[in-house]
Design a protein around this ligand. Sequence first.
Ligand SMILES: [Zn+2]
Length: 457
Amino acid sequence: MKKLSFILVFLLFASSLVQAQSISEIINKMDLDSLQLTLREFSGEQPTTINGDEVTITNRVYSNNELAADYLYQKLNNLNNITVTNQLINGETGRRNIIATQLGKTNPDNIYIICAHYDTVADYCADDNASGTATVLEIARILSTQCLDNTIVYALWDEEEIGLVGAGYYANQAATNNDNILGVLNIDMMGYDGNNDNNFDIDVRDVANSLTMKDDIISILNTPEYGFTLEVNVVNPGTTASDHSRFWNQDYSAVLVGESWETNDQTPFYHSSSDTYNTLNFPYYFELSKLIMGYMVTKAGLVNVDNTVTQSTNTLVANQDAVSYQWVNCDTNTAIAGATNQSFTPTINGTYAVEITSGSCIEKSECIVFDSLGLQEFDAAEILFYPNPVQENLVVEMFNQQEDVVLELYDITGKLVLSETSSKNKTILNLSDLASGVYFLKANTSTRSSLAKILKD
Ligand SMILES: [Zn+2]
């Protein structure tokens, strides 16, 4: 691992522990590794685990996409603050929208929808529309950690490819129920930019407040602090050939955001099994995902709860003055008896989080790797981890090692998944049993410490 990335990991970790959340920070929680892993799994490029079984989602054609639907349900159901339902189209099994709702704390009746269709016409279909699906999941992963003013619905539609059926069913029901939907942001095909010109389209029509939605997205695009370099094409009247148009039909505000058909730079592999992961432009895709996150978090409204924690030598302190606190051991995912003050002094090393109750909001901090004080960071030349990404065996190589090193591997939620003490110069950790994803490896001696981001393929 190179020195630069080493330092970056530390900076990211350190900064996330001391600052209150801003829109910009929420946008920057978007993780390209996490998006890419979802894309590979969902487009069938690599196996995944669904309901405890290792499976490959070979395709998602509407008549044969139960596995894909199960995957989405499971991913969303693992998140806090979200209720997931299978919405059966006309009540029929095998035809389902996956609807995840995060209720607003201030205005629960104000609804914003972020959505994408998950069905396909062929194998892979990474751009159309695993790209949009993965972005919806990534936004849910991050926003579900926040207490929000308004209600957000994360919706994945079935049967788009046979006539916008899933979204049409939902929009109909919503109109019948008089749901107060204030904006529907539909993402369909957002990963292709063949000429690297960063162009994307917003398809809009003058229906309800759709034009204002378009303006709001452009205003986020042009906020210097966010640093976007994308180029927008407004298409008005926009296409009706994706799910947002079913909301226009019900007089709801809606737009489509995606790659640029307007400049004729859409994927040349449209509706074929050549629409694969490797044809996507990831810097472009990542930036467009962040823009969409920027719009959603702005509309959702962040309730002013600071769920960050400051770590000092032997104490963790919740930064929010709150009604109550409960500290949690992330390794075991259990509440720590008696640990209900704003500050907490662990008696053993581990990973800890705090659940904060403030007004009607409950937010949990990220899990914080806590180890006693006084440890200095390893020099990059003193320790190496490779290969990274790793499939099976991760080698930890130490130079000038004088004493035992404690190696601990944490998953992205901060859960300890592997621990080993070694006196060797080269230690091999077998990671073959672990699920694909992002991990953090901590190496500690009595005087030295390091933290590295490891990707498991
Ligand atoms: Zn599509």
